[in-house]
Design a protein. Structure first.
Length: 394
């Protein structure tokens, strides 16, 4: 409460627009993309098909999917200046490099610049729609390349150019590791990309809206969304969750770790809790089963699945978490298979961005249809009309 009225801390439950891209039932733990449940899409679909669904609002027929997939393949590589920037940031955490690379690529992409110029009249008009969708598709196609190129440079390796005979997921693994990926690893990446593709308006997507609402360019709005996703309370939780499991090291320590998180000011358990889900995150359920399948096949030598399972049991049976309706969220289980695939944990959030970029651009395109600049208020509680005192008298 404030002298001006109620402050909505963290904009909890504040509606910023209508959307038909995704819906979340937080009470029951259900997620839909354009009306399809994610369980069905995870079981039957591919990232390309889900990206088309999210971007264009319907499942594609064979020709639409083939044309879309081929367009993405032609957009995969990067401007040479962007590659230099990624190389110069090879020692930085990948999320810094991605933020900069997306902004840089947008500074060179002629479609992005043409669209930005058209928006300078202060309106997004119907004749810009085709150009805007092309820019959106380029961002979807280029994000995996940015992440993979940084991985190669960070290890002092040569970059591996994208191939056009591989799917989005398989090509990403190929650009990372330079060999045709194992089918289960490709299935894991495909699953990960499908399940992170959109999630209504979390902090990163909201950030994309705010930047896009000033009619700044689409690449800059996505670069800003990457900056928001980096935070440990949002996308960065998947990296911190696995780092936590590795540090804990043994399932018998789960109880004390969970207890510590219940103390006032104690560390938050990464991968636990959600602003909207007051039930088990449906994405986490799918990742739990996939990581179980993965460690069953390849083993759990670092006991990270075992530690995560022990923590989950402690949480589900602990009054602190039960009273606050805190459950595992998407980040609790998603990193385990990745870690065993040899993906360093600092690349978990970057891969989240590889997936979520379609949600970001789809929401920008949806918002531009009925654009209004975001400009909230703050309640001023300081003094007014103070007299200026010269420094000699202070
Ligand atoms: C993602 O929004 C999205 O949709 C995001 C996402 C997406 O797909 O885009 O789903 C992806 O970001 C998932 C969330 C990943 N982040 C984490 O796992 C970090 C740990 N989680 C918490 O920081 C927290 O739960 C948030 C950030 C996810 C939600 O924050 P809220 O809604 O502001 O909740 P809160 O901080 O007000 O917590 C309410 C209470 C507090 O206790 P009290 O002050 O009432 O005593 O629950 C406690 C919190 O201290 N709490 C936790 C906790 N999460 C909340 N206590 C211990 N460990 C936790 N993880």
């Amino acid at each position: 409460q404030s002298p001006c009225g109620p402050i909505i801390h963290g904009l909890e439950d504040v509606l910023i627009k209508s959307t038909s891209i995704s819906d979340i039932d937080g009470e029951k733990g259900i997620l839909w993309y354009r009306g399809y449940r994610i369980e069905d899409l995870a079981r039957h679909s591919t990232y390309e098909e889900v990206a088309y669904l999210i971007l264009y609002g319907k499942l594609p027929n064979k020709k639409e999917l083939e044309d879309f997939t081929n367009r993405l393949k032609t957009y995969r590589d990067l401007n040479s200046a962007t590659i230099e920037i990624i190389k110069n940031l090879s020692k930085a955490h990948p999320m810094f490099a991605i933020e900069s690379a997306v902004a840089a690529e947008g500074a060179f992409d002629e479609d992005n610049l043409k669209l930005a110029e058209a928006l300078k009249v202060g309106r997004y008009k119907a004749e810009e729609k085709e150009l805007a969708y092309r820019v959106a598709e380029k961002l979807i196609a280029k994000m995996p390349t940015i992440v993979a190129y940084h991985y190669r440079f960070s290890r002092g390796l040569d970059i591996i150019r994208p191939r056009r005979d591989l799917s989005h997921a398989a090509n990403f693994l190929y650009m990372m590791f330079g060999k045709d990926p194992d089918p289960l690893a490709t299935k894991g990446i495909e699953l990960y990309l499908i399940l992170h593709a959109d999630h209504e308006v979390p902090a990163s997507t909201f950030t994309a809206h705010v930047v896009a609402s000033t009619l700044s360019d689409m690449y800059s709005a996505v670069a800003a969304a990457v900056a928001a996703l980096k935070g440990p309370l949002h996308g960065g939780a998947n990296e911190m969750a696995v780092r936590g499991y590795l540090e804990i090291g043994d399932p018998s320590k789960a109880k004390e770790v969970v207890e510590a998180a219940t103390k006032p000011g104690g560390p938050k358990l990464m991968g636990v809790g959600h602003r909207v889900y007051k039930a088990y995150d449906p994405r986490a359920k799918i990742f739990k089963e996939f990581s179980r399948e993965y460690v069953t096949k390849f083993g759990d030598p670092k006991k990270i699945f075992a530690v995560a399972s022990a923590i989950e049991q402690e949480i589900l049976n602990h009054p602190y978490f039960q009273q606050r309706r805190l459950f595992p969220n998407v980040d609790f289980w998603s990193g385990i298979a990745f870690y065993y695939m040899g993906i360093p944990y600092e690349y978990f959030t970057p891969i989240f961005a590889v997936s979520r970029v379609v949600g970001w651009v789809a929401h920008i395109l949806e918002y531009w249809e009925n654009n209004r600049i975001f400009r909230p208020r703050a309640c001023y509680v300081g003094p007014h009309d103070l007299q200026y005192i010269p420094i000699e008298q202070r």
